[in-house]
Design a binder for this molecule. Structure first.
Ligand SMILES: [Cu+2]
Length: 296
């Protein structure tokens, strides 16, 4: 049966009369209402809760790259402002190198975030803030072990400090190097959307973007770039609880105090994408996983 928006029955089968149409309309309205309430409850429930985890499980693992890493990205430093000062790091023969697929010992893939998905309660979540320095025209994610990749959260402050100053090419006077941190929320099948975008001209200036971080609810990934210097880039994975880890320089990671259960474990790399494995944790168990990303 097809019903126009006004409730008029327009075709198909036997007539059900006006009363039938009204009953169906009421049912549809009730159903929509129920779905709304359900969604609201689900949203409320998604808030992470700290509880005592006795006899929790542990996960360790390693992320590796099979094959050769893709070529590094190269930028002619002379095409961007303050080339002399900015050539202070990662630059040779006027070319700034951005090594965004870095491999360490034993083909360990660096700059990967591993997240156990769907945990609603467990050990304390103590991510206080995410901080990035702009240092010799490079974003440096603090807290380690990666300086290129970190984590963000919708409720956690994101701060950026400009540490750069250089002689003005015209006057020779030392002034702050203008950086313009611009962040994008990145979600599958959607265009990147700006989260914050502000010029920072002074050395020693720190900006805080707590409100803007709420926008990450709609995207699992945030990319940070400088609108003055395209080669300045950093990436962040959104997390809502403490069951995540950044891999070390050898691609290894570990996560502890995991409440028993069956979860999806994802390994995310900003350039190579995401892989998922399902892992069942029983109380006190020590599980291990291996993720292997394909290179060239
Ligand atoms: Cu910049």
């Amino acid at each position: 049966m097809i019903i126009k928006s006004g409730g008029e029955k327009v075709s198909m089968g036997r007539s059900i009369g006006k009363l039938g149409v009204v009953v169906i309309a009421i049912c549809v309205i009730s159903l929509v209402g129920a779905v709304d309430v359900f969604a609201a409850k689900k949203r409320g429930k998604s808030k992470y809760k700290t509880v005592d985890v006795s006899n929790g499980a542990a996960l360790s693992g390693v992320v590796t790259l099979k094959g050769k890493a893709p070529a590094v990205k190269k930028f002619e430093i002379g095409k961007f402002p303050q080339p002399e000062f900015c050539s202070g790091v990662d630059t040779k023969d006027g070319v700034r190198v951005l090594n965004d697929v870095a491999v360490g010992k034993g083909n360990g893939l660096q700059d990967v975030v591993v997240v156990i998905k769907g945990i609603k309660e467990g050990k304390p979540y103590d991510l206080k803030k995410t901080h990035v320095d702009m240092d010799v025209c490079k974003f440096v994610v603090t807290g380690g072990p990666s300086q290129f990749v970190g984590v963000v959260s919708p409720t956690v402050n994101f701060t950026v400090t400009n540490k750069d100053e250089a002689p003005d090419p015209k006057t020779g006077k030392v002034i702050g190097v203008l950086h313009n941190p611009h962040s994008f929320g990145i979600a599958p099948k959607k265009n990147p959307s700006t989260m914050f975008n502000l010029g920072m001209p002074e050395k020693g200036q720190t900006l805080s973007f707590k409100k803007d971080m709420k926008k990450i609810r709609r995207a699992p990934v945030m990319k940070l770039q400088c609108d003055q210097h395209e080669y300045m880039q950093a990436w962040f994975r959104s997390v809502r609880h403490p069951y995540y880890a950044l891999v070390g320089t050898d691609g290894a990671f570990s996560i502890d105090q995991i409440p028993p259960g069956k979860y999806k474990v994802i390994a995310w790399h900003p350039i190579l994408g995401e892989q998922t494995q399902e892992v069942t944790f029983s109380a006190g168990a020590k599980e291990s996983v291996k993720f292997e990303f394909a290179g060239k």
